[in-house]
Every structure is written in C-alpha cells, then in structure tokens.
Design a protein around this ligand. Structure first.
Ligand SMILES: [Zn+2]
Length: 365
C-alpha cells in the first residue's frame, strides 16, 4: 500500500475513533459502533454485578477492578483499562495467585480482562465482553514491581519453539503445568484456551489426575498467554452460557486435527480469473447486543475506589503507579503482548488493526 493511502487510512481511522463522539445518553438506534461506545467507558455502571448476553456479544454491570498490584500479581497494559470483571472472576484470580505462588508460579501477570462495562473493544478480542474472561501471561511475575512504562512495553515470551507448533522444553516448567492445573480445578472455570502445542505438552506429560484436561481447550494463538473463562455466575439470568466441554481429555483425534489441519496455513486459492470481493466486516452495533446493555451504558458510574476489589491480605502495601488519563488513542497505540510494535505502528506498516466483525462460525473451543 502506498504511503499516501496509509496516511489517509490512519487519519480516517483516528477520526473515526476519537472524533466528535461524547458519551452522553446513547440509544440502541445509535449509528456509532458498539466498540466505540463501550471502549470509551472509564468506570463501571453503579448497579448490581450482572452479566448480559454472551462472551462475544454482551456487557456487564457492577464490574470490579483487579487492583493494579496484589501480593501475588501485577496487572499489565494499564493504558487499556481492561482490568474489569465480574467479582467472582476477580476473587478466583486472587485465590489462584496465592495457590500458584506455593506451587512454583511466582505470581500472575494479568493481561486483558474486560472493559468497565464490558462490550466490544476498540482493538483485539472478539470475546472478553461480559467480565468472565481473563488473559494470564505464560510468564510468572518478576521479583520486582514493574513501572507503568514497563507494564506497557514488556513483551511476553512464547512457550513454543521458534517456527514450530511445539512447546520449547527449555521454557516449559512444572510451574506452567501447575498453574493451569490449579486454574482448571475451580468449579467456576469452564474453559482455559491454550495453543494446541501447550495442550499436547499436557497430554504427553500429565500423570495421575487427568480429569481436568478436558477444560484445557486448544485454540489458535494463546502461546504467550492462557485465557481463563468462567461460566455464567449466579444472579445473571441474562448470561448466555456456552456448551459444556466434552468430558474426555481431548488428547486424541481432536488434538490431532489441529496439527494436521487447524494450524497448517491454507494454500493460496488458485487464480480463477475472477476476483472475489472482500467483504467489509460489519461492526457490532448496540442493537446487536442485549437490550439491557443500553441501560448499562447510560447508568451512573461507581467511583474507582468503590469498584476496586479489596485485597484479602491486610499487610500488603502496593507501589504507587500513576496512570495517564484514559484515551482511546492510547488504547489503540498500546502494544500487543507479543509485540514490541504498537497496534498503531502495525497499521502504519500496512497491517490492519484487527476489527471486530460479526462473528462467523468457528470451531467450538
Ligand atoms: Zn483472551
């Protein structure tokens, strides 16, 4: 793509993101994409914790923030303001961080969860919309507290061997297995998405209790982090659950499919002379989400102090971290966890920022 075209694209993209939109009262018939409405929220709706809709089309009220630091965790990419979730998930993460630290995992690096009121995001993720998903880095916490900039710029490390679909044994530790085991043991945790290579590693090495392996679901990506998902919480009748995972370990032919087909790049379609027109992805609109999401968007905000989870341990003193004022531009300019380049820089280089199209059918995970 030519530079002039690129510049035009970037300007129209930024204008579209940061334009004249002000988050005053919004209605379901709004012509603003839902990612812009939800992506500009700074605080959660001051209502009871309730989940509305599905992981890929929904919103949440009464979300809680994971504190920036806990005794056994640090939150990452703070500019994105995505450390919000249903209180059940926040409690599980705190508990997991404590249990993990006794089993060879020195604290969690917590990546993206949800936006304060859930909903589609300005960049990345089709899911993470209802406060029931959390990305945890496949790296234990360092033994120092990171600064704001370190949390923005540190790149995660893949657990795969370079240019292969398989785990690098020099990087994989018993701690990796343990943290996945501990996470899967929570009744509320329904799925943990990992790269098929990670699933294979567990299938090949876990001895004794293997009943938890069915919750470990192979999926594309997910070798820099694992994605923990809890089921619909109590008190959320509007939450749309996913099908239960099969009870078998999933180490047989389902896993084999990934290495034979799922992970193998598709051959370029033969030129037939006719050019297929690429369909423009349609963004999710507020009217695509459950009706209750309109009220959640328009509800008054909780204060940050009230909406932040109270840490169990009384004697932990968190380091002071100043977070710049939230801006949509900072969100799109933040670095993906596996990259040293920001999403905006990738756009300049000619790769489009991942849009959020209406979900197509994909294999169940
Ligand atoms: Zn995720």
């Amino acid at each position: 793509m030519k530079t002039s075209q690129n510049i035009f694209l970037i300007f129209s993209f930024l204008a579209c993101l940061t334009g004249s939109f002000t988050p005053s009262r919004v209605e379901a018939k709004s012509s603003v994409p839902a990612k812009k409405l939800f992506g500009s929220q700074i605080l959660p709706a001051a209502l009871k914790p309730k989940v509305h809709g599905s992981y890929t089309r929904g919103c949440i009220s009464g979300a809680k923030a994971v504190p920036l630091d806990g005794p056994n965790w640090q939150t990452m990419r703070l500019s994105r303001n995505r450390r919000w979730a249903h209180p059940d998930l926040v409690r599980i993460l705190e508990d997991l961080s404590i249990k993990g630290s006794k089993k060879g995992w020195d604290g969690l690096l917590i990546g993206d969860m949800s936006q304060p009121r859930g909903g589609p995001m300005l960049t990345g993720h089709r899911s993470h919309q209802i406060g029931l998903d959390a990305d945890i880095w496949f790296m234990p916490m360092p033994d120092k507290r990171m600064t704001y900039l370190e949390r923005e710029n540190t790149s995660a490390v893949s657990v795969l061997k370079k240019n292969t679909f398989y785990v690098d044994d020099k990087r994989w530790t018993q701690g990796h297995t343990n943290i996945l085991y501990l996470a899967a043991k929570y009744r509320e945790v329904e799925r943990i998405l990992v790269h098929p290579g990670v699933k294979k590693k567990l299938c090949d090495t876990v001895k004794g209790d293997r009943r938890w392996l069915h919750k470990i679901r192979p999926f594309w990506g997910h070798h820099y982090h694992f994605h923990l998902r809890i089921g619909c919480p109590e008190g959320s009748p509007g939450c749309k659950s996913q099908n239960a995972t099969p009870k078998s370990s999933g180490c047989g032919k389902n896993l084999a499919w990934w290495f034979k087909t799922g992970l193998v790049p598709k051959k370029k379609a033969r030129k037939t002379g006719k050019k297929k027109k690429k369909k423009k992805p349609r963004h999710l609109m507020l009217s695509d989400l459950p009706g209750s999401c309109e009220a959640i968007l328009n509800a008054p905000s909780s204060s940050l102090a009230n909406a932040t989870h109270k840490i169990r341990s009384a004697d932990f003193s968190a380091p002071k971290i100043d977070i710049p004022i939230f801006s949509a531009l900072a969100v799109i300019n933040s670095k993906p966890i596996e990259s040293r380049k920001s999403a905006l820089k990738s756009l300049i280089a000619g790769t489009e920022i991942s849009q959020i199209p209406i979900p197509k059918k994909r294999p169940a995970h």
